[in-house]
Design a protein around this ligand. Structure first.
Ligand code: MEV
Length: 301
């Protein structure tokens, strides 16, 4: 069995694609793969919680990622079924595709007797991630493979932040979206020189650095304020949605230190820093028809 973590970005999504830092951590919601050899040729993949069943021969985005990995890892002649067990919701901004990519790399390497360094696992998983969205910064894969909490910068990798785990309430809008579409939306705004885009992205990166300092000091009030401000910046950049704004307002009303969309936005999830108020926030979301869960950010291997 192999596994990988889901993740949540506290501050800096989208900005991180353009070289600004992001503050992010692995969550204690994981994805596990089990491999069974079979007679039929090809590699089958079953993810019951995502109602997903594909094969490496299918013309499906996950099938293509699986095929690409099997090719690089010289596992194309493998005849096997991979079963995936996870509570991570798909397409919600919580790193499901990166967790799947990392766990698949580890599974195919194990099945073909290859020992890979963490760095090689991340490189190959990023290759698969490019099937899901064209221009990944690498932050999701870095956390899926190694866990922890840190400040990530494209090209430099993750600088770990030593702090106790942060309790988060995670709210699900129920609206799936494609990360690639949301990343493309910001890319278009940059190409068109939409006023304020560059300074908003730089501001999100600066907030990630300030958030890191707040986390090290244990100042969750300051962290929360930075997060709520970042949500408004992301909304201005065009990657929020009515449902996400509603969940953020509801979390703040229920006593969160701060709340924001997490990941690419446009749908997906909201996170709220709440410590002991996390359950109240979930109850308030449920009252508005949104599911959610509580998790710890900063999960380690
Ligand atoms: C996706 O989890 C976060 C984005 O910044 C894209 C990326 O970093 O690859 C929107």
């Amino acid at each position: 069995m192999t596994w990988a973590f889901g993740k949540a970005i506290l501050l800096g999504e989208h900005a991180v694609v353009y070289g600004h830092p992001a503050l992010a951590g692995a969550i204690d919601c994981t994805l596990r793969c089990t491999l069974r050899i079979r007679e039929q040729p090809g590699i089958g993949l079953l993810v019951p919680s995502w109602q997903l069943s594909v094969s490496s021969r299918d013309d499906h985005v996950v099938g293509r990622a699986l095929r690409a990995l099997a090719k690089i890892l010289d596992a194309e002649s493998l005849a096997a079924d991979i079963a995936v067990d996870t509570a991570l919701p798909p397409a919600a901004g919580l790193g499901s595709s990166a967790a799947l990519s990392v766990a698949l790399v580890r599974t195919l390497a194990l099945a073909t007797d290859q020992i890979l360094s963490d760095q090689r696992v991340a490189e190959l998983a990023n290759h698969a991630e490019r099937c899901f969205h064209q221009n990944p910064s690498g932050v999701d894969v870095a956390l899926a493979s190694r866990g922890g909490l840190g400040l990530y910068r494209r090209g430099e990798g993750m600088t770990p932040v030593d702090a106790p785990p942060i309790r988060l309430a995670v709210g699900l809008s129920g609206m799936p979206r494609r990360t690639a579409d949301m990343v493309a939306r910001i890319a278009r705004a940059r190409e068109r020189d939409r006023p304020g885009t560059e300074s908003d992205l730089a501001g999100l990166g600066n907030a990630a650095v300030a958030g890191k300092d707040a986390v090290i000091r244990g100042d969750l009030v300051e962290l929360g304020q930075l997060m709520t401000r970042a949500h408004h910046t992301l909304a201005r950049l065009g990657v929020s949605a009515t449902e996400l704004d509603e969940m953020v307002a509801s979390a703040l009303h229920s006593g969160a230190f701060g709340a924001k969309l997490t990941g690419a936005g446009g749908g997906g999830a909201v996170i709220a820093v709440a410590q002991e108020r996390a359950e109240d926030i979930l109850t308030a979301w449920q009252g508005r028809g949104y599911r959610g869960f509580v998790c710890n950010l900063g999960a380690k291997t």
